[in-house]
Write a protein that binds this ligand. Structure first.
Ligand SMILES: [Zn+2]
Length: 210
């Protein structure tokens, strides 16, 4: 059961990756799910599997991610958990817990992880639409919604002056890590191809002097 987010206005119900504007990122911004919701989400996590022993560099990395959560206004609403799992993956559980697997945490840079967290923030905008598409097994719609999340991430990263190449490289490194070690995941058809995602992220990004 996924609880509904904040009421989303009419103008926000049909966000598309191509048309979303920085104004909509603000106007359609979902309210945080809240502290009680976070407590329930935390209680629903498996009792074991969280990684909690970090060296100094890892603690600094984790702190940079917590700082990013504050910057997007999710302090008190989101908690980051690094968990023991074989695949590299990052996901948002119940609009409250950012799950980062050990391989993702260790292999991605701090900025790459922040870029993916910006994408996860995009999921809050389309949470109900995503659940509906998932239940209907609508791969095409799920792919579209993933692109909306990428678009939200691009707008946020540029606002924070974080180069969007970190999002492209994060997606690439996650995919490469998993493909080298595992058969493609069962939910692969729910995602646009890496090529499509990186091309669009490029197109949406402001040109930069390199
Ligand atoms: Zn996503």
């Amino acid at each position: 059961m996924v609880s509904a987010g904040a009421a989303i206005g009419e103008s926000c119900a049909e966000l598309t990756a191509q048309s979303i504007t920085p104004d909509q990122i603000d106007n359609c911004r979902p309210l945080p799910a809240g502290a009680a919701h976070l407590s329930r989400a935390l209680a629903a996590l498996p009792p074991k599997g969280e990684l909690t022993r970090f060296n100094q560099a890892e603690r600094a990395k984790l702190e940079s991610l917590n700082e990013f959560v504050r910057r997007i206004g999710r302090d008190g609403a989101w908690v980051i958990k690094v968990v023991d799992a074989p695949q590299a993956a990052i996901g948002l559980f119940e609009r409250a817990v950012v799950i980062v697997t050990g391989p993702a945490f260790h292999r991605l840079s701090s900025l790459e992880l922040q870029a993916v967290i910006a994408h996860e923030f995009g999921h809050e905008y389309v949470w109900r639409e995503f659940e509906a598409a998932r239940l209907a097994n609508n791969h095409r719609r799920l792919q579209e919604l993933e692109l909306v999340c990428d678009r939200v991430a691009v707008v946020l990263l540029e606002r924070f002056q974080i180069d969007t190449r970190h999002l492209r490289s994060a997606l690439q490194r996650i995919e490469e890590y998993n493909l080298e070690r595992f058969v493609p995941a069962a939910n692969t058809p729910n995602y646009p191809s890496l090529q499509m995602r990186t091309d669009l992220i490029n197109r949406w990004s402001r040109p930069r002097r390199r």
